[in-house]
Design a protein around this ligand. Structure first.
Ligand SMILES: C[S@@+](CC[C@H](N)C(=O)[O-])C[C@H]1O[C@@H](n2cnc3c(N)ncnc32)[C@H](O)[C@@H]1O
Length: 275
């Protein structure tokens, strides 16, 4: 396991994922019944952007640091995400973002395989009985932890994509999770480097027989160079009401703030499978 999220925390792809995640978890929190969140690839939970890993890559400069510098606190579509980041202080990873939105009866389970990140995560949430942390394989957790006892759930699948098979693991993991809990909101992040891999993944999902799938994609440039992270996408199964409209507004604001102006930059919110 070579991937450490600390080197990439706060980059444009993290901001894209987290800005949409905030909207999605808040959408669950709008209804009174308690919900469960499973964060299958949780990372360390929060990151010091001034410490060596993040400072070495400086990826956050083109992401969260630019957003915090240039987007006013009142900016519409990004405001829930940015006010949460400002409120939490230390730059939050997905578990901290989710924890901040939970209500007293909601629950979060985080899985993380890297021993140091799992230990940090455990320490971070030691005080909060609503959050459990497992040093456990994400793909196995989709079988073991679903269905939850709550009737509503969001499952975030955010693999590091260091394994060349990750693009084929993802449809299998989504199919497994969905077969265990058909009404769950499944959210999977994917990188846009080599377009052929992305197309193959989306075709597999379109052909999976799973209904109600939407993708939200953010491109910094036309994906011509497969060695670069040209953009990223979030695939959502069973998206909450009005996700497509909200995602378009969030990604448009994000592009206005951190777009590079390179040819081919843009956003796309696409319905992959009907309800
Ligand atoms: C992209 S990072 C997660 C970032 C986090 N979701 C966030 O948004 O803040 C992916 C994480 O998955 C962990 N990981 C890799 N393979 C895993 C597996 N099979 N099961 C659980 N965790 C895994 C890595 O150690 C890494 O911390």
């Amino acid at each position: 396991m070579n991937y450490r999220h600390a080197y990439h925390a706060g980059n444009f792809a993290d901001c894209m994922k987290h800005a949409l995640l905030v909207w999605l978890v808040e959408a669950l929190a709008r209804k009174p019944a308690p919900f469960f969140v499973l964060d299958t690839h949780a990372g360390a939970g929060h990151y010091d952007l001034n410490a060596v890993p993040a400072a070495r890559t400086m990826e956050a400069k083109g992401g969260i640091l630019r957003l915090l510098d240039t987007v006013s606190a009142k900016e519409g579509a990004l405001s829930p995400y940015l006010s949460l980041v400002r409120r939490l202080g230390l730059y939050p990873g997905s578990p901290s973002i989710i924890e901040a939105i939970l209500r007293p009866d909601d629950r979060l389970t985080c899985c993380e395989l890297h021993p140091e990140d799992a230990a940090e995560l455990r320490h971070l949430f030691a005080h909060n009985p609503a959050v459990s942390v497992h040093r456990r394989d994400a793909w196995e957790a989709l079988r073991g932890l679903l269905p939850p006892k709550q009737k509503r759930a969001l499952i975030l699948i955010d693999p590091p994509f260091e394994d060349p098979n990750e693009f084929s693991n993802l449809p299998k993991g989504l199919a497994l999770g969905h077969s265990r809990f058909r009404t769950g909101v499944f959210v999977a992040w994917y990188p846009i480097k080599r377009l052929a891999q992305v197309r193959q993944f989306l075709t597999a999902m379109r052909d999976s027989g799973i209904r109600d799938i939407v993708t939200a994609e953010f491109l910094l440039r036309e994906p011509l160079d497969p060695t670069r992270l040209n953009g990223c996408g979030l695939l959502v199964i069973n998206p909450p009401y009005q996700f497509e409209t909200a995602a378009a507004a969030i990604l448009t604001s994000l592009l206005d703030a951190i777009g590079t102006g390179e040819p081919g930059q843009g956003i796309a919110v696409t319905r992959l499978a009907d309800e």
